[in-house]
Write a new protein. Structure first.
Length: 81
């Protein structure tokens, strides 16, 4: 991975100077938001289910949060690879 990153930085610098390096950095950082979203979705849904249960909300609310929690577990598994 280090050699790949170094070669990308070198090639982008040769093609477009510092602007190319900036574009390469933005391209690598653009995946960060997606990765964080996938990692965070599961615990947020799990917490929502726990809050609904502790607040003794209508059982329909808990059913919806359980469905969201299942989706959150799936995204967490995908995020872990």
């Amino acid at each position: 991975p280090v050699l790949v990153l170094a070669s990308i930085i070198y090639l982008s610098f040769q093609l477009c100077d510092l602007f190319g390096v900036a574009l390469a950095a933005i391209g690598m950082l653009s995946n960060l938001a997606t990765g964080l979203t996938i990692d965070v979705y599961g615990p947020v849904c799990d917490n929502a289910g726990g809050i609904a249960e502790m607040a003794e909300l209508h059982p329909g609310v808990r059913e919806k949060t359980d469905a969201l929690d299942a989706a959150g577990n799936t995204t967490a598994a995908i995020g872990k690879g």
